[in-house]
Write a protein of this length. Structure first.
Length: 358
DNA sequence: CAATCGTGGCT
DNA sequence: TAGCCAAGATT
C-alpha cells in the first residue's frame, strides 16, 4: 500500500463519513454570506463551538451586515465581545469591517490573497472563508487537522514548530478535494471534533482505523506532538474602586499587556500579595483627601494561558475628586456599557460585594 | 520566530 | 488539581 492509496482512502472515507454519519449542526454551516462566515470564523479562533455559539447569534442579530458592524460604536462591539477573550480579534474585526465598508464598497473580497491580507485573518481563516463562501481550493489547517493527519499518517513532527506547520499545511493541501473544498474542509474538522478527539478518540467506531497508523501502532495518545511548554507567571492586581459622588474612576487598558481595550478600575499591581489594611499605595493615591473604605472584597483569581491573576477590590468613597493621570470619572450606571475582563466582571456581578455600585 | 494574547471545559 | 486544549493571529 503506497502513500497515494492511503491518501485516497482518507479522503474517500472522510467524505463518506460526512455524508452518512455527520450529524453536527451549527448556524453558520451551509451559510453562503461571506460576512457571516467571516464572523463565525473569527469568533471560533481558539474557541470551542459551544462557547462561541451565543456570541455568533448575538453579533448577527446586532450587526446583520458588515456595514452595520462598521458603523457601530466600538465600545458597543467590545461589549458584545466581552467574556470571549483574545480581544485583539475584536479590534481587528472592527478594523476589517470598516475597511470592507469604506474601501471595498461593503463587498467581501473573493480572492484568497485578498482575504488573507485582511486584519485578523491568517492562513486558517482565509482558507475557511475562501472554501466555504467562494469554493476556493485551500485546505484549512487547525487543531483538528493537525490531530487527524498526525494520527492517520503517524507523523510525530511537532505541530507547533515551523517545520511542522509547513509539512502539515502542504499535506493538507495535497489531500484537499479540489471539487468540493468546502465540504472536505468541513468534514475533516467535524471528524476531528467528534471522532478523532484529543483525549478520548472514538477509535473503535472510526472509519479510518483500518489504515490509521497511530491506531495500528497504538500511538494515538502520543499524537499529535507539541514541543513547546508554557511558563506561567503570577501577578497581583489590586483594584481601587473609588466612588466620588456616584462616579467611578476607570481607564481603558492599553497596548502590550492583557485585556487591551477593556476597562478597569484604578490598578495597583504588585509582585507579591499584600495586606490592604494600611496599604501605602492607596494612601498615596488618596493623599490628604478624606475617604471612607466601604468594602474590601474577597480574593479573586483568574487563570490565563500564560499567567495567573490574583487580587482584590477595595471600594472607597470620597467627596473631592482626585487628579489621576489616565483615569476618568464615569457615572455608575455607565459602567454597564463598558467592556470589562472576567476578573472585573466577576466582581461587578457579585451582589454580595458590589450591591451599592449601580 | 518564539512568545503572547482569554476563557472555559475536560481529565 | 494542574495541565491540556479549543475552527489561530500577531508581533
Amino acid at each position: 500500500m503506497n502513500d497515494f492509496a492511503h491518501q485516497k482512502y482518507l479522503v474517500k472515507n472522510l467524505i463518506n463519513w460526512n455524508t452518512n454519519d455527520n450529524k453536527r449542526q451549527m448556524p453558520w454551516k451551509g451559510e453562503k454570506d461571506p460576512y457571516k462566515i467571516w464572523l463565525s470564523e473569527i469568533i471560533l479562533q481558539q474557541t470551542r463551538v459551544e462557547q462561541g455559539l451565543d456570541y455568533y447569534n448575538r453579533f448577527v442579530k446586532a450587526f446583520p451586515t458588515v456595514i452595520h458592524l462598521a458603523g457601530a460604536a466600538e465600545t458597543k462591539v467590545f461589549k458584545l465581545w466581552e467574556g470571549l477573550g483574545y480581544y485583539t480579534r475584536c479590534k481587528n474585526l472592527i478594523a476589517t469591517a470598516k475597511y470592507i465598508t469604506n474601501n471595498l464598497s461593503g463587498i467581501f473580497p473573493d480572492k484568497y490573497e485578498d482575504i488573507l491580507a485582511l486584519k485578523g485573518i491568517g492562513p486558517y481563516t482565509a482558507a475557511a472563508i475562501g472554501s466555504f463562501a467562494f469554493n476556493l481550493p485551500h485546505a484549512v489547517v487547525d487543531g483538528n487537522v493537525f490531530r487527524v493527519l498526525s494520527r492517520y499518517f503517524g507523523i510525530a513532527i511537532p505541530t507547533d514548530s515551523t517545520d511542522g506547520k509547513k509539512i502539515f499545511s502542504s499535506l493538507a493541501n495535497d489531500l484537499l478535494d479540489k471539487k468540493q473544498p468546502g465540504t472536505y474542509n468541513q468534514a475533516i474538522m467535524d471528524f476531528g471534533a467528534l471522532i478523532c478527539k484529543p483525549k478520548l478518540p472514538l477509535c473503535s467506531t472510526c472509519v479510518l482505523k483500518d489504515r490509521c497508523k497511530a491506531f495500528l501502532q497504538a500511538s494515538v495518545q502520543q499524537l499529535p506532538v507539541k514541543e513547546k511548554s508554557i511558563t506561567k507567571k503570577t501577578r497581583w492586581f489590586y483594584y481601587l474602586v473609588i466612588d466620588c459622588n456616584e462616579e467611578v474612576y476607570v481607564r481603558k487598558r492599553g497596548k502590550g499587556d492583557i485585556w487591551e481595550n477593556l476597562y478597569e478600575f484604578i490598578l495597583i499591581e504588585t509582585s507579591e500579595a499584600v495586606q490592604l489594611e494600611n496599604f501605602q499605595p492607596l494612601k498615596k493615591i488618596l493623599g490628604k483627601n478624606k475617604f471612607e473604605v466601604e468594602h474590601i472584597s474577597a480574593f479573586y483569581k483568574q487563570l490565563l494561558t500564560h499567567q495567573t491573576i490574583q487580587g482584590q477590590f477595595i471600594r472607597v468613597k470620597i467627596k473631592l475628586p482626585l487628579t489621576l493621570k489616565g483615569y476618568s470619572l464615569v457615572k455608575k450606571r455607565a459602567l454597564e456599557k463598558l467592556p470589562f475582563p472576567k476578573f472585573i466582571s466577576n466582581y461587578l456581578k457579585d451582589k454580595n460585594v458590589s450591591l451599592n455600585l449601580f
